[in-house]
Design a binder for this molecule. Structure first.
Ligand code: HEM
Length: 408
């Protein structure tokens, strides 16, 4: 359908219930039920001209449309440090640089190559279990999940022990402020400080490792040199990879904690997984379907396009509510229940289409290594706190803490 034949425009859509925004990041069941009650079967309007997609099939279809690109960094932040970080993340890139940079990243860290890090993932998990057993009760999020991602990516990019400690503090602390819907001035300034620490630490380590001749980083660089001659030298590569790995250090740690919580909260699932390790993959997908680390991400109309009779003008901000898509009753039977036999089909945790998460193979590798390491006959692990407390008013679905007791 041509843009002139579109039957409806964004202004005619029902408005997103703004009072629910403050609940974003919190317990998903009541939130998604109220959202689907507000939007029987239609996208919603946010503010004067923004669009919100909730339905699983709408998310999949729009995500696959090349006109629904990434939102440029300066459309949602302005402080110079955060802008520098986001501008260098593939997540804010569009043609012509998006394709070559995404492909170069995937050639090193996508499904084809990620298996080379399986031994590293298993070793990191084993070491953390031993350390956890020495302590007895730990805050699983800070002392296991964040440490797992910091040690995993730290080994790949060459972070020394001091840098790992700095990063652990940053990732488990103020880095989460990046996801707040409405940060105060004070929060925005702490966010900028955390981003500066993050970039200084990780980008410097990458440049150092590159100069020392690290093979993977050299291959990444020559991949960029071949396809994207404008990407610059070692320092630009340091920034590009450091920025893109923020989700490797941070979002993945949140995903690991959420997937573990989802099992520990269900003794029947826990017992079944101990007997059936072949279901660990499903546990990772089902846990992060119900408790996805990222509630929503922004896309952006790069040009006018029509979806399902709706004219979406170039420049429209499109909020992709992946969390709602994961609980859409039109896509899943009993969407609020945990079913170990459900596969990954229609799960939208990692987005979809041309910009589907470039780190999903790495996420699955480390996430399943953690679940396999913890959920077996040799390891006793259980939740040691009260009901989960989620941070709210955030695009992130992140626990305040996850007290866990662990022993062998
Ligand atoms: C459980 C962990 C993770 C979750 C839930 C997650 C989720 C997402 C989502 C929802 C998107 C937007 C996709 C879209 O617009 O269709 C995305 C994009 C992206 N993610 Fe992840 N992510 C995770 C881990 C990672 C990791 C480990 C990395 C890097 C190592 C990573 C790198 C990226 C990149 C580069 C993009 C932009 C892709 C593009 O525009 O081509 N993510 N992620």
């Amino acid at each position: 359908m041509s843009t002139s034949e579109a039957a409806r425009d964004v202004a005619s859509l029902p408005e997103f219930p703004g009072e629910l925004l403050g609940e974003l990041g919190g317990e998903p069941t009541p939130l998604t039920e109220r959202l689907f009650a507000a939007a029987a079967d239609t996208p919603l309007r946010l503010g004067a001209d923004g669009l919100v997609l909730l339905r699983n099939h709408d998310l999949a279809a729009v995500a696959s449309n090349s006109a629904a690109g990434n939102a440029p960094a300066d459309s949602f932040v302005s402080d110079p440090v955060t802008l520098r970080l986001l501008e260098n993340h593939i997540f804010t890139m569009n043609p012509p640089v998006h394709g070559p940079r995404r492909s170069a990243f995937l050639r090193q860290f996508g499904a084809g190559k990620i298996e080379r890090y399986r031994g590293l993932a298993d070793a990191v998990v084993e070491q953390l279990i031993v350390e956890g057993c020495e302590r007895g009760v730990i805050d699983f999020h800070r002392e296991f999940a964040v440490r797992a991602t910091v040690r995993f990516w730290g080994a790949i990019v060459g972070l020394n022990v001091g840098e790992q400690a700095t990063l652990e503090e940053c990732i488990a602390g103020d880095y989460s402020l990046n996801f707040l819907l409405a940060p105060s001035e004070e929060e925005a300034s702490r966010r900028a400080a955390a981003n500066q620490v993050y970039l200084d630490t990780v980008a410097n380590a990458i440049v150092r490792s590159l100069i020392a001749g690290d093979e993977v980083l050299l291959e990444l660089k020559s991949g960029l040199d071949a396809d994207d001659t404008n990407h610059g030298g070692a320092e630009e590569l340091g920034l590009l990879l450091a920025a893109t790995l923020t989700d490797g250090f941070h979002t993945l740690a949140v995903g690991i904690s959420n997937a573990v919580l989802a099992v520990l909260a269900r003794p029947d699932v826990h017992a079944r997984l101990r007997d059936s390790p072949e279901l660990i993959d499903n546990a990772f997908h089902e846990g992060t379907r119900l408790e996805p680390p990222i509630c929503a991400t922004p896309r952006y109309a790069l040009e006018d396009f029509v979806y399902d009779g709706l004219l979406i003008p170039g420049g429209t901000g499109i909020t992709m509510m992946w969390m709602a898509g994961n609980r859409d009753p039109q896509a899943f039977d009993a969407p609020n229940e945990y079913h170990l036999d459900r596969g990954a089909a229609r799960v939208r945790t990692f987005g979809g289409g041309l910009h589907i998460c470039a780190g999903r193979a790495a996420s699955r590798l480390l996430g399943t290594a953690v679940l396999r390491g913890l959920l077996n006959d040799r390891t006793e692990v259980s939740a040691a706190g009260g009901p989960p407390r989620w941070k709210t008013g955030s695009f992130l679905h992140e626990l305040d803490a996850l007290p866990v007791s662990i022993c062998r």
